[in-house]
Design a binder for this molecule. Structure first.
Ligand code: HPA
Length: 275
């Protein structure tokens, strides 16, 4: 079966919304889709209507592409994302990001929910991701076909410093003006979909991770490859207690990430105004 191309998907999107060039792409993770409700004059397309778009069936991921103005900036927002653990290949899961790049974005803001490994973190806290550990071993650059693999083999893979320092500093300054401070942290991505055992939380702490989640890293690697500036936020929804018998569940994760939106939504709006 021949693969749908990014150009086909872009052509379909522009047929639906007309001429529109977004500057920022937003990938809104578990329970964070609310931000897209603040987009002015929104044009919405469900993923299942866009050729080639993967549809996530995970609760908290609406699966809608929303285009419009946010903080006076033209944006394209993904309300929900596809995960590798649902069975999507790296190429399928990152297809929407390739489309947003083809539409013209030069910057990307990513958000996710995570488990806090750093014991100083609290549930509901928003953390700036300033580094990551790829524990998925399946980057967004992996190709599904040998011919594509050969085509990308010669490209330099640029992921030394994946998060944009200027955008991070701007986010920190604006958070203070909004009355809270942002901590920075290293995000470790696992394949999921299961949460960690206590032994795994302990291991990840030793590896230097501050948060653990199941997304973001493949998209950030690809975004760097595409030359996009990247800013990423993680909402800590549960704090790992390796020495206590606790169970994490998805409802708790969604609950805390919805609560944290009251900080993250105005912060992202201000970042866009000032970027
Ligand atoms: N582990 C992995 N992913 C997560 C967690 C967690 O504890 N919490 C929210 N997403």
């Amino acid at each position: 079966m021949s693969e749908v191309s990014v150009q086909d998907a872009c052509a379909y999107i522009s047929k639906r919304v007309g001429a529109f060039q977004p500057r920022f792409g937003l990938i809104l993770g578990s329970g964070l889709g609310n931000l897209a409700d603040h987009i002015e004059n929104p044009q919405r397309i469900p993923y299942d209507e866009i050729p080639g778009f993967p549809v996530s069936h995970v609760a908290g991921h609406a699966g809608v592409l929303v285009m419009g103005m946010l903080g006076a900036v033209p944006v394209v927002a993904m309300q929900g994302r596809a995960h590798f653990y649902e069975g999507w290949s790296p190429r399928q899961a990152t297809f929407p990001l390739r489309c947003m790049h083809a539409m013209g974005i030069d910057s990307l803001i990513v958000s996710n929910a995570s488990g806090g490994i750093n014991p100083r973190f609290r549930s509901g806290q928003v953390v700036l991701i300033d580094n990551h550990i790829d524990w998925m071993n399946r980057s967004g650059l992996v190709s599904s076909e040998a011919s594509q693999g050969a085509a990308s083999a010669g490209l330099p893979h640029r992921v030394g410093n994946p998060y944009d320092s200027r955008l991070m500093e701007l986010a920190e300054q604006l958070a203070i003006r909004l009355g809270f401070s942002l901590s920075r942290g290293t995000y470790l991505a696992t394949l999921g979909p299961n949460y960690e055992t206590r032994a795994e939380y302990r291991l990840f702490a030793k590896l230097g991770a501050d948060m653990v989640g199941m997304s973001t890293v493949p998209e950030v690697i690809l975004a760097n490859q595409l030359g996009l500036k990247v800013l990423a936020f993680s909402i800590v929804t549960n704090v790992a207690k390796p020495d206590v018998q606790t169970v994490t569940d998805h409802e708790e994760v969604l609950d805390w990430s919805r609560k944290a939106q009251s900080q993250l939504v105005p912060l992202i709006q201000r970042i866009l105004k000032n970027a």
